[in-house]
Design a protein around this ligand. Structure first.
Ligand code: HEM
Length: 391
């Protein structure tokens, strides 16, 4: 499988990887079924050309943690934090306790843990780093359909933690937060989940909370090439991340007939195949008509987001579902949308503008959070995270 939103092993496997993974064999799953190769029970390599957690297959549990730098944190202090974090990431991903952990028994091998780090725009306002802001790295301009809430916006640093289970994610997130305390404090935390396996444990494209198969047409790492990885100075072999918290109106969606739901995307709900025929991974036929009416509506999401309608612009999408109970006990749900690309200005923003101008899905989806981060290249035992930024 070459296309996985988040779920399919394809994104990782196709990459030939990059941040590598070590299979721990095929232990029996629940009910004695074999567990599918490549999604769960992995040990990912913390070291590599690229950071892990970008092309590695998406496991079940996800957390994004944004932090803000303390006023006293200068470039030198930030470099120290990157050194500390590099040690913690290397230990935890190998299943070893991080230095200073009073709960060392929570560290386990083979839980598909990845920890990925990124820098927000504030880092490039620090004295000495002003000229290190990567080309195309910028905030998302306001969109007509946005209803941003300050509590889900921005951040000077991001930590993306992913694993097979929420306990591992909570432990790793806490280690990273405690490490950061002398330098940066939490700003927001967003949790998400994804089911990228079928009941037998085999990798499949997962579904969002509208019930849609989501990620079918995600390009492989080869197809993306330099559209994914930066070639710009210190960020070379890193990438740029856009995080959008997109609320989905599930009550209104439930009230629609299935036909209307499918028209909004241009793909069917049962298996994600185009309404013009074929199977899940096939492209929509943008020319197909019945009685002069396009089969895939002009405002269908899959048509509007299609590279052919966006001067060939592409991105790696890796969204996860969220379901959140707020302080008032109100439940909201949606997609914690994540897109990776070499240049936010040249890739994400114009596609988002196309969708803001017209996309049938806009009736039931609203961006309530937005943040951007530059994700440094991978690191090694000799060179800590983002070391090139401080040269
Ligand atoms: C495709 C859902 C937001 C970009 C799709 C598909 C679904 C979907 C079901 C078809 C299957 C697939 O190819 O993955 C959603 C939902 C969203 C959302 C529910 C919001 C809650 C966005 C945003 C962007 C985006 C914000 C970018 C700005 C794309 C692209 C494709 C796609 C590029 C593939 C088009 C193609 O190459 O055929 N989306 N999407 N989506 N979406 Fe979204």
């Amino acid at each position: 499988s070459l296309f996985g939103y988040a779920g399919a092993a394809g994104v990782g496997a196709a990459a030939g990887i990059v941040g590598g993974r070590v299979s721990l064999g095929d232990p029996p799953g629940p009910h004695g079924l074999p567990v599918g190769e490549g999604v769960t029970r992995q040990r990912h390599d913390p070291y590599g050309v690229h950071q892990s957690g970008i092309l590695t297959p998406a496991p079940a549990a996800h957390r994004l943690l944004a932090l803000d730098l303390l006023g006293k944190t200068d470039a030198g202090a930030l470099a120290r934090l990157m050194r500390v974090w590099s040690g913690t990431i290397a230990a935890l991903m190998a299943g070893r306790p991080a230095p200073g952990d009073a709960t060392p028994d929570l560290a386990q091998e083979g839980v598909s843990l990845t920890i990925t780090v990124g820098m927000g725009p504030g880092v490039f306002r620090l004295p000495g780093l002003e000229d290190k802001r990567p080309a195309g790295f910028q905030d998302i301009p306001p969109m007509d359909h946005d209803k941003l809430q300050e509590r889900w916006v921005g951040g000077d640093l991001v930590v993306m933690v992913q694993a097979d289970d929420e306990t591992t994610v909570a432990h790793a997130s806490r280690r990273m937060t405690v490490d950061a305390r002398p330098f940066a404090l939490p700003r927001w935390s967003q949790a998400g989940s994804w089911r990228g396996v079928d009941p037998s444990g085999n990798p499949v494209t997962g579904r969002n909370l509208f019930g849609q198969v989501d990620g079918s047409r995600n390009p492989s790492a080869e197809e993306l090439g330099q559209a994914l990885w930066s070639t710009d100075g210190w960020l070379s072999n890193g990438t740029q991340l856009v995080v959008r918290r997109i609320q989905m109106d599930l009550d209104e969606w439930d009230a629609l007939v299935r036909d209307r739901q499918e028209k909004a995307v241009g793909r069917n709900l049962q298996d994600g195949a185009p309404l013009t025929g074929g199977s899940e991974k096939d492209d929509i036929d943008r020319t197909a008509q019945v009685d002069g009416v396009p089969v895939v509506a002009l405002d269908a999401h899959a048509r509007r987001a299609h590279p052919a309608e966006n001067r060939g612009r592409r991105m790696l999408r890796r969204g996860v579902n969220y379901s959140h109970v707020d302080d008032a006990g109100q439940e909201t749900a949606g997609l914690l949308f994540m897109a990776f690309q070499a240049s936010i200005a040249e890739q994400f923003i114009p596609v988002q503008q196309t969708l803001d101008a017209s996309d049938a899905l806009n009736e039931w989806t609203t961006a309530i959070g937005s943040a951007v981060f530059a994700l440094p290249p991978g690191f090694s035992a000799d060179h800590h995270l983002a070391s090139g930024l401080f040269d």
